[in-house]
Each structure stands twice: as C-alpha cells, then as structure tokens.
Design a protein around this ligand. Structure first.
Ligand SMILES: *Cc1c(COP(=O)(O)O)cnc(C)c1O
Length: 427
C-alpha cells in the first residue's frame, strides 16, 4: 500500500506499520538482545540464513522501522541508520573501499566530510581527489584513476548552498564504472530524490531536517539497489567475492540488490558498531512524521528572507537557489522544483567584524553550530565549523571569510525579518 503514497504520506505511514491491536506510534524496543528457544534458530541468524533479531548492534526493530521509512521516502531497496551523519558518510564509502582505493568528491561539501575524506581516510590508505562540481565533465574526468571506487557530492552543499548537477555526476560515475554517492541532508527526500536522477547511494545526517527539532544526532545510508557490482567485480571484491569472515558467503550472490546494505550491517556494523540508539530513532521518527509539512514552511520562509536580504544595500551578496539571480537557479528548477531548503549563505558589506556585530545583535535568532531545524539560527563558518581549514581550503570548499550561514526556521516569517532588520541597523 505504501508504494503508491506520496512523500508527505510516506512520512507518516511508511516504516512502522501496526497490525491489529498494536500501538499506533512506533514502540521503542529498548533491549540489547533477543531471546530464542533453541540453539539452532539462533545459529541460522548468525549465518544470515534467516532474518531476525539477536543483538541491537546489528539490528533492532525500532531502528529498522525508521530505516525502512527513509528507504521508502528515497525510493531505495534498503537503508541503515547510523549514530551520526559522519558515520553514515564513512560507512557509505568504506563499504566499497579499502587501503589502496581512491575516491573523487565534490569540493563543495560539509567541513566534517571534507576532513573525513581528505585527512582521516588518507590515514586508512584511501585517497580522495576533490573537484570543483561546476567544472566541465572533461575536467572532472581527469580526477578519475583505475583505483577510483566512488564519486561523492551533496545535493545542496553545506554551507555554500550550491546545487549538485546530479545527472552530470551520475554520468561521470557510471562511465568510470563506479557508483555515485549523494549526501541528501539539506534537500531531504521531500524535495529531491537523487535515485530518480541516477545516484546509486544516498546518505543523510538525520540530525538536521529529518529530526528537525535538535533532539538527536544520527545518520542514514540508503541503497538504490541499482549499481551492478558484479559487472565490476574486480573493483568490488568485498561484495562480489567470498567474505572469509562470513563462512565464504558472497554478498551479491546471496542477497542480490540487498548486497550493499547487507554487507554494511553484517560487516561494518558488526566490526565498527556505530549504531543508532533506539531512543534516538524514536525521536527521529517523530520528526520524520512532519518532515514534509516543515520543509514547505522552511522553504516559504527562506524565500522571503532571501528576497529581503538581496534587496538590502548593507548586504553584499546572497546565495539561495530560490533567488532568480542565483547562479544555481536553473539547476534548482530542475532538481528541486518544490523548493530547496531553509539554508542560505550571505555576506555583509564591511569586514569580518561586521558579520560578528550583526550576529551578536540578533535577539530571537540563535548563534549555534547546528543547522536545518525549526529554530532560525546563524553561524559564521570561518570562525566556527570550518576554523581548521586554511584560507585556501576555505575558498576551495566555497566558504568565503565573510560568509554567514543562515538557517531559516519555521517561526512566523515577520518575526524573523524583524530580528534581521534590527540587527542590520546595529552594524
Ligand atoms: C551535519 C552534516 C553532516 C554530518 O552529520 P552529523 O550528524 O553532524 O555527524 C554530513 N553532511 C552534511 C551535509 C551535514 O550537514
């Protein structure tokens, strides 16, 4: 039944589907382990020959219901919740990479992901080449190598607010025989479903809009089930050759389109263990129930705020894909026809301190590291999230030193505008 529903209804009715007499709201299964009547039954679970629960590090009914909801929203065959968005991006890549592998990533990505790919993966022997996502296909092609295993980008980049040309990236990935991984955190599946444009794997920081209320840190990896791993078996031996740590089982042979998801749970979760806590998954599910409604309000408010900022002569520049003057407006029209998100970036005329004076003068709007939830908030990436990056890396990541990231919430838009107006008056 849920297959035919639209995103706003999937937010409510997919995932946990109560049977006769069962609770209408998702129960929290607060248990590390699950009981069996005999040895043989549990042995079958360990051998992945039967589906069932035995230990929450691997699977938990609350987590699975929420993962199923996100899979339904994205149109994927399977999804796995992780303890954070960072863990989701790490697992998405590490599931198909090992020492000696290489990935290509858009340089316009979240600072944490930039560090993960550029610094931490390198320590594990996985190299990353960053590319300007707006470069031509010929230019980006130069970054691919024989050992490249994935291409990565963000639907709407954090904090630069650039829209990824997903079809272009999918073409590049597929002509090089690798999957496209898209971090869809800011757009959410309500506004964009990257699988419909050729992406193979989608990741999320569910900490942001999906939760929406700043109650839990979480992540998710979703697989479209579409990438033909066996056609590139030499590259993806972990999926296409027997897994010695699982009695010689071959994921693509035993699980078909669920191979990637099964390996991620059976191997990475088993060994690295970045699971979501069932309590957090319950909170995430509550957030997901109103995701479609909230995204509409975020986008409507942000559009008005962006237009206000653009018209104010104390503002040097505004980057919001919903503005007709934005260089990504056409891409947004294609990939995000119902709206992008509530996040925008802008700069004030003056120096770095002008940004600081503006932010310190805000009253209702909060200064927080967080982004993409119900409360309007601001951040100055150069002095906060991106402070580990050099000036050159800042520019590469699309972060100007004067960039203020404004995450427009769902308050009454006139109160948001009033607050911005009075703070501008004080600079
Ligand atoms: C926040 C964020 C992450 C990291 O997620 P956490 O839940 O904070 O670990 C990854 N990608 C994007 C686009 C983000 O905004």
């Amino acid at each position: 039944m849920t297959k035919k529903l639209r995103p706003g209804s999937l937010c409510i009715h997919s995932g946990w589907q109560p049977k006769n007499g069962e609770p209408i709201e998702l129960p929290i299964v607060q248990s590390t382990t699950f009981k069996y009547d005999n040895t043989e039954e549990m042995a079958m679970l360990f051998d992945l020959k039967k589906e069932g629960y035995f230990y929450t590090r691997l699977q938990n009914p609350t987590n699975d219901a929420v993962a199923a909801k996100i899979a339904a929203l994205e149109g994927g065959v399977g999804a796995v919740l992780t303890s954070s968005g960072q863990a989701a991006n790490f697992y998405a890549v590490f599931n198909i990479c090992e020492a000696g592998s290489h990935i290509v990533a858009s340089s316009e990505i979240y600072g944490g992901t930039y560090n993960l790919f550029g610094v931490t993966l390198r320590k594990l022997g996985i190299e990353c080449t960053f590319v300007n996502p707006e470069a031509t296909e010929e230019e980006i092609q130069q970054a691919f190598r024989p050992n490249t295993r994935a291409l990565f980008g963000e639907t709407i980049s954090n904090p630069g607010c650039r829209v990824l040309d997903i079809e272009k990236f999918a073409r590049l990935a597929h002509s090089n025989g690798v999957p496209l991984i898209v971090d869809n955190t800011f757009a959410t599946p309500v506004n964009c479903r990257p699988f419909e444009w050729g992406a193979d794997i989608v990741t999320h920081s569910t900490t942001k809009y999906m939760d929406g209320h700043a109650t839990q840190v979480g992540g998710c990896v979703v697989d479209s089930g579409n990438f033909a791993w066996d056609d590139h078996a030499d590259k993806y031996q972990g999926l296409c050759m027997p897994d010695e740590s699982y009695h010689g089982l071959t994921y693509t042979k035993s699980f078909g389109r669920m191979a990637y998801t099964t390996k991620l749970v059976a191997q990475l979760m088993r060994d690295l263990g970045s699971i979501a806590a069932p309590q957090n998954s319950f909170l995430l599910n509550l957030g997901l129930e109103t995701l479609a409604l909230r995204m509409r309000q975020h986008c409507a408010n942000a559009q008005k705020v962006a237009e206000f900022l653009e018209a104010d002569d104390r503002v040097a520049w505004v980057r919001y894909p919903g503005l007709p003057t934005d260089t990504n407006h056409a891409l947004a029209g294609k990939y995000l026809p119902y709206g992008s998100c509530g996040v925008m970036a802008f700069g004030l005329k003056g120096d770095r301190n002008t940004a600081v004076r503006f932010m310190d003068s805000l009253e209702m709007i909060n200064i927080v590291t967080h982004v993409a939830d119900i409360r309007t908030c601001v951040l100055h990436p150069a002095s906060h999230t991106h402070r580990q990056l050099s000036d050159e890396q800042l520019r590469e990541a699309g972060v100007a030193p004067d960039l203020i990231r404004l995450s427009v919430g769902i308050e009454d838009v006139d109160d948001i505008l009033d607050d911005i107006r009075q703070a501008l008056d004080k600079i």
